[in-house]
Design a protein around this ligand. Structure first.
Ligand SMILES: C[S@@+](CC[C@H](N)C(=O)[O-])C[C@H]1O[C@@H](n2cnc3c(N)ncnc32)[C@H](O)[C@@H]1O
Length: 226
C-alpha cells in the first residue's frame, strides 16, 4: 500500500504576489509519513501558546526555511530561546521532528507553511532573531520576485523583529549577498554588515552542496535599531 501524501499547507497570502518557495513536497517514505502524522503534531506551533511566550518576553528565534532541520537541531541545545523552524515542505519538517524526538529537544516548535504567515500571526516586534540559512537563490530573472530578502519582504521581517533584534543570513551566492546588503542598507531601521560565520552554525545540507562546487558562504547580520 502506498503511503498517503501529506496534507498540503494553506498559505494565506503570497507576499508581493509570489511565494518564496517551490511547490515540491519532498519524498514521503513510510517512516517520514509516520513522523509527519505522529511526531509533527507533537512539536507543531500552538499559536496561543507562542503568543503567551511573546507576552512573557521569552526570546523567540524564527528560522525561515529549515529544510531537513539538521542545523536547527544542532543549534537548538545552545539556543536559550524558543526556536520556531518554518518550512512548507512536509517531508523535510517530518525529518526535523524525528531529530527533535531523538534528541529530546523541548525548545523547538515547527511551523508547516510560509514563515510570513507565522510572523503575521505573531504581530509586530515579537521576535528576537530571524535566521535564514541559504535561501533559495532563484537565479533566473523571471523568478527574481521569489527571493526572500527583497525590500518588500525585508520590511516585513524588520516589522517582526523587536528593537535590538537581529536578522542573520547566510548565502553562498555572491549576487544574493550583494542584493541583501543593498536592501539592508536601504532599510532605515536596520544596521547590517558581513560578519564571521557564527561559531554555532554547522555546515547545512545546502551549504555542503555549494562547498563541493567551490562556493563559500557569506554571513550577514543586521540589527533593528529603531
Ligand atoms: C535552499 S533551501 C535551504 C535549506 C536549509 N536552510 C539548508 O541550508 O540546508 C531553502 C528552504 O527554504 C524554504 N523556504 C523558502 N521560502 C520559505 C518561506 N517563506 N517560509 C518557510 N520556508 C521557506 C524552502 O522550502 C527550502 O526548503
Amino acid at each position: 500500500m502506498t503511503a498517503p501524501t501529506p496534507k498540503r499547507f494553506i498559505a494565506s497570502r503570497p507576499v508581493g504576489g509570489s511565494y518564496t518557495f517551490g511547490g515540491r513536497q519532498g519524498r514521503m517514505s513510510p517512516t517520514r509519513q509516520r513522523a509527519f502524522e505522529e511526531l509533527l503534531p507533537r512539536y507543531a506551533v500552538v499559536l496561543d501558546e507562542l503568543r503567551a511566550e511573546v507576552e512573557a518576553a521569552r526570546p523567540i528565534i524564527v528560522e525561515i526555511g529549515c529544510g531537513k532541520g539538521d542545523a536547527t537541531a544542532a543549534m537548538a541545545p545552545s539556543d536559550d530561546a524558543i526556536v520556531v523552524a518554518c518550512e512548507p515542505n512536509g517531508a523535510m519538517l517530518a525529518n526535523l521532528a524525528v531529530l527533535l524526538d531523538d534528541g529530546c529537544m523541548g525548545n523547538v516548535r515547527l511551523w508547516l507553511g510560509d514563515a510570513f504567515d507565522l510572523l503575521a500571526a505573531l504581530g509586530p516586534a515579537a521576535v528576537a532573531e530571524i535566521r535564514i540559512w541559504f535561501p533559495d537563490p532563484w537565479p533566473k530573472p523571471r523568478h527574481a520576485g521569489k527571493r526572500l530578502v527583497l525590500p518588500l519582504r525585508l520590511a516585513l521581517l524588520v516589522d517582526a523583529l523587536r528593537i535590538g533584534g537581529v536578522l542573520r543570513l547566510a548565502t553562498d551566492d555572491p549576487a544574493y549577498a550583494a542584493e541583501a546588503l543593498d536592501a539592508i542598507a536601504a532599510e532605515p531601521r536596520l544596521v547590517g554588515h558581513i560578519v564571521q560565520r557564527p561559531a554555532t552554525r554547522p555546515v547545512t545540507r545546502f551549504e555542503a552542496r555549494g562547498l563541493r562546487d567551490g562556493r563559500a558562504a557569506t554571513d550577514i547580520e543586521a540589527r533593528r535599531t529603531s
